[in-house]
Design a protein around this ligand. Structure first.
Ligand code: E4P
Length: 255
């Protein structure tokens, strides 16, 4: 990934590699649509998304859908989240997911539901000893993101929409995390997630995210503009008129 490059504001600034828009979905139809447009660079899922998309049947059902998604967008990365909070089970699930497809990476929450902190130990172990790419998820602050990056996570996911929901400006957290990762030369990629409105996508990139993972319907409103519709309609109507009217100039020349 990372084939989209933008330069900084001045000549002296180095180019920063962006990885672009991911789709936050488990819906194959939506994925196919936006993948065919060539505008997505990866996929994120989580247990809530898969269950909302009607995935049932326990592990066989989860495995089938995740493999379908991975095959559909290969070689783009796909995040699959562990469904347990038990360290041994998380380790086993992570190894299993990574064996389902080469482009699957594993989502591990920053910590447990009661604040148990062993998850980063697992992140470190999976990245360094098992060579499995990890996306640390469910983070609400730059300081969490810094620790996840320090533990060796490939992706650090800030749930920017949820940060906004709590009354804080997620762009400040994203800027702060960007500055911290740059200051430490961290290779971790910042994912901004929990999109709530179309504007989130551009404003979170502007705030320093490498990736924004967007729900599909926001890409529709990002792409389709009422004035573009009207303009194209006008071109098509005038184009049709060109074909209907007699070719006056040509007729005169022939006479
Ligand atoms: C990101 O990877 C998550 O899947 C997602 O963006 C969470 O969004 P939510 O806050 O709408 O659950």
């Amino acid at each position: 990934m990372g084939d989209n490059r933008i330069s900084g504001s001045g000549e002296a600034k180095p180019m920063r590699i962006l990885t672009g828009i991911f789709l936050d979905t488990g819906c194959l139809e939506e994925l196919r649509k936006y993948h065919e447009l060539g505008v997505i660079r990866g996929v994120t899922t989580n247990p809530t998304i898969l269950s909302r998309e009607g995935v049932t049947g326990g592990w066989p059902g989860i495995e089938r859908r995740c493999k379908e998604i991975a095959r559909l967008v290969e070689p783009l990365p796909v995040s699959v989240e562990v469904t347990s909070n038990d360290p041994q089970q998380m380790l086993e699930q992570a190894i299993t997911f990574s064996e389902w497809a080469g482009n699957i990476n594993v989502k591990i929450p920053i910590h447990g539901p009661d604040g148990a902190t062993e998850n980063l130990k697992l992140v470190h172990e999976l990245e360094t000893r098992h060579d499995i790419r990890i996306n640390v998820t469910a983070m609400m602050s730059a300081q969490q993101g810094l620790l996840a990056a320090m533990a060796g996570a490939t992706y650090v996911s800030l749930f920017a929409g949820r940060v906004n929901n709590m009354g804080y400006d997620s762009r400040q957290e994203l800027r702060r995390l960007r500055n911290l990762l740059d200051a430490f030369d961290s290779p971790a990629k910042i994912i901004a997630g929990s999109t709530r409105e179309t504007l989130n996508i551009v404003e979170w990139f502007e705030a320093g995210a490498d990736i924004v993972t967007a729900v599909p319907h926001l890409l529709e409103t990002m792409l389709v503009h009422p004035y573009s519709k009207e303009t194209v309609r006008q071109f098509l109507e005038d184009g049709a008129r060109l074909h209907q009217e007699p070719a006056v100039g040509l007729a005169r020349a022939a006479a």
